[in-house]
Design a protein around this ligand. Structure first.
Ligand code: ATP
Ligand code: MG
Length: 328
């Protein structure tokens, strides 16, 4: 039978109008059904897919073209921001309950922002994501954009500072003008570039000036956009920064339960019936979501390259050991 993750993936691809993914998942369900002895069901599914594909092929010239996303930063802004239109959802992420609740609350406040504003309250908009590499900070920014249906603009702060030495504050103003003009998620990645303590010994004047203008712009900003700072090093951050954010969101290495859920969802399209998840999770302790995902991908690809769809405990443990060994 189709697994929960497959059904969810089917519905999501349908909702997004992604026909090729929809049919690919359906074919995977058919293949699994065939392997587990449900030959008739498998054949019926394949026939339905063939028929559906033929019909949508015939119908497509009549359909209006899909709208194309237009907002790409132009002119001076193009070197400062990169835009994307993520389809990621919070449901695609394995998040601990407290973090998930905080993020749901952000979305809820956004949906009800008119009502809040009408009564003199502002929705949370300035968020600081803190935590080790590979735990989902950037992915959360994408998921919030996907959930809100707005573009994600990423600003690489360390690049900005070194590229425009001496005029970073002026460039930052352009970015904040864009924040006010276009509703979106604005992610200031590598936030520690700015956040290093203002009075730290290695502080050059430029960083201090940039930090001061950032604080000022952030404080003045009263736009409809979400502004997110993401950093690995909370200890480096200036206390003055914390005060300007509406909320600090802490990311952690995954618990055993989350480890299992990340792996199960990444391997949802393969046969893991014989996997000893508890044993694998015990071996994965201390590894990030990103590395877990990579280990699963590696084990899955090795299986597929061997013309198999089964991934078992040993395969996954050996992929995990490789991640541990190559970790920087
Ligand atoms: N909570 C999560 N649930 C599911 N997958 C995750 C999660 N966190 C990370 N991943 C996987 O790891 C990849 C990298 O994560 P991401 O870039 O969001 O990490 P990050 O916290 O921004 O790391 P860095 O601090 O290095 O920028 C994601 O694209 C996704 O495949
Ligand atoms: Mg990141």
């Amino acid at each position: 039978m189709a697994k929960a993750a497959q059904i969810k993936a089917l519905i999501r691809s349908h909702a997004e109008g992604d026909d090729s993914r929809f049919y690919a998942i359906a074919m995977q369900v058919a293949a699994q059904a065939a392997r587990s002895g449900h030959g008739t069901f498998a054949q019926e599914l394949r026939d339905l897919v063939d028929k559906g594909k033929a019909q949508s092929h015939a119908a497509s010239p009549l359909l209006p073209p899909k709208p194309v996303a237009l907002t790409q930063p132009r002119g001076e802004l193009s070197g400062l921001l990169s835009a994307s239109y993520p389809k990621t959802r919070l449901g695609d992420m394995a998040l601990g309950a407290p973090l998930r609740e905080k993020l749901d609350r952000v979305l809820h406040e956004q949906r009800e922002r008119e009502r809040l504003r009408a009564h003199g309250f502002a929705p949370q908009r300035k968020l600081l994501f803190v935590g080790p590499p590979g735990t989902g900070k950037t992915m959360t920014a994408s998921a919030l954009a996907g959930e809100m249906g707005v573009p994600l603009f990423t600003i690489q702060l360390d690049g900005l500072i070194s590229k425009f030495m001496g005029e970073t504050s002026a460039k930052l103003r352009l970015v904040f003008d864009a924040i006010a003009e276009t509703r979106g998620i604005f992610l200031f990645d590598e936030f520690d570039a700015l956040g290093s303590q203002r009075d730290a010994g290695n502080d050059v004047g430029e960083i201090r000036r940039v930090l001061n203008s950032f604080l000022q712009f952030l404080e003045q900003d009263d736009s409809e956009s979400l502004i997110i700072g993401a950093t690995n090093h909370v200890a480096l951050l200036d206390p003055a920064l914390f005060r300007r954010f509406d909320g600090v969101f802490e990311y952690e290495l995954p618990s055993a339960e989350i480890v299992t859920s990340v792996m199960q969802s990444r391997l949802a399209l393969l046969d893991t019936a014989e996997m000893d998840w508890a044993q694998v999770a015990a071996r994965a302790e201390g590894i990030s979501h990103a590395e877990l995902t990579r280990a699963c991908e590696q084990a899955a690809k090795s299986a597929l390259l061997n013309h198999e769809t089964r991934v078992d405990t040993d395969d996954l443990i050996s992929a995990l050991s490789e991640r541990f060994a190559t970790r920087g």
